[in-house]
Design a protein around this ligand. Structure first.
Ligand code: IPE
Ligand code: IPE
Ligand code: MG
Length: 241
């Protein structure tokens, strides 16, 4: 075995994806409404983005709101989307000067108008940047993503424009909302639960998984560096002997 692969000398992950979980519990532990936990969750996003860019990570993908999160109360959903619009309005200038590009994946047609407008404005404003790509997964669920990719290919096949035998992994992946993203190298989940909750199922096929009990609003630079160190200590085999 290559000794260096067992030490902390490997390259940084090219694509880090994060399930930012635990905002509600953070707030409840302080006797605060859940929305205060979501508000407190903005600071770790800033920290993580800066730190990831510094380390040479090319893609950071954050799970901000799942398809299943639409089942939450209208108050909580409203506060989340208000916070999203506020975050984008207040951060865009800083993101612009630090070279960050912005993308969004998910069923964006369900977003409240002002949040969708803020998102589109921010994506457009940052489109000329060439640094780290921040992708926000919003109203996102992998099963919906995979089903719509299948439906689009089926429509082309039914129209006679696509021989079914031409459908391979590459073509299928090109129809996903996440088509522009490389495979995930490191998936981090905060908040103590060890599950993937319908996040990037296609792209995490060979991701290294990292779970921490730290609640998202408490997740700081040290926690992130620990996850990166852990990633660098792993030997990735991709099925090879
Ligand atoms: C993650 O925190 C943020 C979203 C899902 C939008 P939660 O709101 O799920 O917080 P917990 O898991 O209830 O503590
Ligand atoms: C996953 O967290 C979704 C986001 C972090 C946006 P959830 O809190 O919704 O996941 P479950 O319900 O614990 O699986
Ligand atoms: Mg949760």
């Amino acid at each position: 075995m290559d000794a260096s692969s067992r030490e902390n000398h490997g390259p940084p992950p090219g694509h880090v994806a994060v399930i930012m979980d635990g905002n509600g519990r953070w707030a409840e532990a302080r006797g605060l409404p859940r929305s205060e936990g979501h508000r407190a969750g903005a600071e770790p996003v800033r920290t993580l983005l800066k730190c990831a860019a510094r380390l040479g990570v090319r893609h950071l993908t954050l799970y901000a709101f799942s398809s299943e999160n639409w089942q939450r109360s209208p108050e909580e959903i409203g506060s989340l989307f208000t916070l999203l619009a506020r975050y984008l309005d207040s951060e865009t200038a800083e993101l612009l000067s630090s070279g960050v590009r912005l993308n969004a994946i998910g069923d964006l047609s369900r977003l409240p108008g002002p949040s969708l407008a803020a998102l589109r404005d921010a994506v457009e404003a940052l489109s000329g940047n060439e640094g780290i790509t921040l992708t926000l997964a919003i109203s996102y669920g992998s099963r919906a993503e995979i089903a719509q990719a299948a439906a689009r290919l089926a429509a082309r096949a039914a129209a006679g424009a696509l021989p079914p035998e031409d459908i391979d992994e590459g073509l299928f992946a090109s129809e996903l909302w996440s088509a522009a993203l490389p495979d995930v190298d490191l998936l981090i989940r905060t908040g103590g639960d060890k599950r993937v909750s319908n996040f990037l199922l296609w792209k995490i096929a060979y991701a290294e998984l990292y779970f921490t009990d730290t609640l998202w609003p408490d997740f700081g630079e040290e926690d992130f560096l620990k996850a990166i160190d852990d990633f660098r200590s792993r030997e990735r085999r991709f099925g090879r002997a």
